[in-house]
Design a protein around this ligand. Structure first.
Ligand code: CU
Length: 155
């Protein structure tokens, strides 16, 4: 798949009477970390912008690249870094949620194929209220805007 990065609003208005917020949510700066063959997990990063006046929550993550995906954050305890799932990641009203190496990320578990650098893959976020936002994220080895480098094991 060779497409440039774009965001697609796939669905809204699933429940009668629910407000439409999808156009207030946008994705940017997304990428998926390329991994050597044989690795079962990787991480993806992006920024979710919320121009609305209500806090929104990410309640699900899907991608054809992995059997399972969820929002994680890295927690530093002493000199150790571990990860924990964030079941409802908050995107503040009039603000953004930034996922970046060393912090919050999308954990892609049970990779279904090889991650080829230069390819892209859809990653979809499901929000409270039924909105779903998808981005076609490039697969790269490191953050596209290099400059600093964190090392966190599998991240
Ligand atoms: Cu993780």
């Amino acid at each position: 798949m060779k497409t440039t990065f774009q965001t697609l609003i796939l669905s809204s208005l699933l429940a009668a009477g629910s407000a439409v917020f999808a156009d207030e949510l946008t994705l940017g700066d997304g990428w998926i970390r390329a991994m050597p063959p044989g690795q079962s997990n990787t991480a993806a990063y992006l920024v979710v912008h919320n121009s609305g006046d209500q806090v929104r929550y990410i309640e699900g993550v899907t991608t054809p690249l992995a059997q399972r995906a969820e929002v994680h954050r890295s927690v530093t305890e002493g000199d150790r870094v571990r990860m924990e799932a964030v079941p409802r990641a908050e995107v503040p009203a009039g603000g953004e949620l930034t996922m970046a190496p060393g912090g919050m990320h999308l954990m892609l578990m049970g990779l279904t194929g090889t991650l080829t650098e230069g390819d892209t893959s859809p990653v979809c976020l499901a929000f409270d209220g039924g909105d779903e936002l998808c981005g076609n994220l490039p697969i790269v080895r490191g953050a596209p805007d290099v400059g600093h480098h964190h090392h966190h094991g599998s991240h």
